[in-house]
Design a protein around this ligand. Structure first.
Ligand SMILES: NC(=O)c1ccc[n+]([C@@H]2O[C@H](COP(=O)([O-])OP(=O)(O)OC[C@H]3O[C@@H](n4cnc5c(N)ncnc54)[C@H](OP(=O)(O)O)[C@@H]3O)[C@@H](O)[C@H]2O)c1
Length: 305
């Protein structure tokens, strides 16, 4: 049977990129949607059909869904503002995507929610993820929900270890003491591909996380140890982060959201996940450890010089 054609919304993201790569390696036809198709030249080079589109532009979603059988929703507007504020992208935009997919006869949509998404979460973004899961369940569209913990590519590297490697100092918000679970987006991509291609889908709703729990301070210390450099860590006190968020909110609600999220007390919501061994056992996918991930980033940094 011919492989289904897959639309990846968020194809240029930390999750979308490895999903497109894995699908193309299997010869699956992929349509890769981006607001900025010029950012997706690497995906076009893999043979993906890169199309311009925007979750806030319903006509572009209708065009993107035409002729595809499967859709991966892997985009978000956590940090967005103005036209691309979270409410427009994460809530209304996703409801519009589900409607467009259903009207086009898509036979499965895989939605990337988040571990911990709940109606009483202290941060609106996670409440939205929960509400959108509910909307998808009520839509009548066959679907799978992925609920990953924080991606290593962003929360371990981009927001933490990268500055230590590039500038000699990590910059953390708050005390950096909360035990957190991290998962490699490249590992989540393997589960996403199974959810998209396996018939029937191997799971309907899956929480995904990596091994163990580490605070942001421990992550920075691990980078320093692996790189053989001092663990210099700058800390923006939580109270100052909240004050900046208050000032920034009208102009940049996405920045304010991330500052508030990072400045919450450790017990405001849990980021623990204990299911990594079971995931490996049940799905035969080996998950990247934090140490492996950090070692890889340190090696890349050394190779760049
Ligand atoms: N990062 C994490 O730690 C984490 C944890 C749990 C769940 N998730 C979820 O996993 C999914 C993927 O996240 P990620 O971290 O891989 O994303 P990311 O690297 O931050 O990239 C965001 C993606 O969203 C797309 N996007 C943003 N606004 C859009 C709009 N208006 N229309 C169409 N596309 C838009 C961007 O595409 P263009 O800029 O090319 O248009 C980009 O590909 C999201 O649903 C996210 O909430 C992420």
């Amino acid at each position: 049977m011919a492989a289904p054609r897959v639309l990846v919304v968020g194809a240029t993201g930390a999750l979308g990129r490895p999903v497109v790569r894995l699908l193309r390696e299997r010869g699956v036809p992929v349509r890769a949607l981006s607001r900025h198709p010029e950012k997706a030249a690497d995906l076009a080079a893999l043979g993906a059909d890169v199309v311009a589109g925007d979750l806030t532009d319903i006509a572009s979603l209708q065009r993107a869904c035409a002729g595809v059988q499967r859709v991966l929703a892997a985009a978000h507007g956590l940090l967005g503002r103005g036209r691309w504020r979270s409410e427009a992208v994460d809530d209304a935009g996703h409801r519009a995507l589900f409607a467009a997919a259903k009207a086009a006869g898509v036979d499965r949509l895989v939605y990337t929610s988040a571990h911990g998404a709940a109606p009483d979460h202290p941060i609106d973004f996670f409440r939205t993820k929960h509400a959108v899961e509910q909307a998808l369940a009520a839509s009548g569209l066959p679907h799978v929900v992925l609920r990953p913990t924080a991606f290593m590519e962003q929360h371990v590297h981009l927001f933490n270890g990268k500055d230590l490697l590039d500038k000699g100092k990590a910059r953390l918000i708050g005390p950096g003491t909360k035990p957190r679970n991290f998962v490699a987006a490249s590992d989540v991509a393997q589960f996403a591909v199974r959810a998209l291609l396996d018939d029937p889908p191997p799971f309907q709703r899956l929480s995904l996380g990596g091994h163990g729990h580490h605070s942001n301070t421990q992550v920075a210390q691990l980078y320093a140890r692996e790189a053989g450099i001092p663990a210099r860590i700058g800390r923006l006190p939580a109270g100052i982060a909240r004050a900046i968020a208050g000032v920034a909110a009208p102009l940049h609600p996405g920045l304010a959201r991330v500052l508030r999220l990072s400045a919450l007390p450790d017990d405001a919501y849990g980021e623990r996940f204990d299911g990594a061994a079971a995931l490996e056992r049940e799905h035969g996918i080996t998950l990247t450890t934090l140490e492996q991930f950090v070692r890889g980033r340190v090696a890349e940094s050394r190779a760049r010089g």
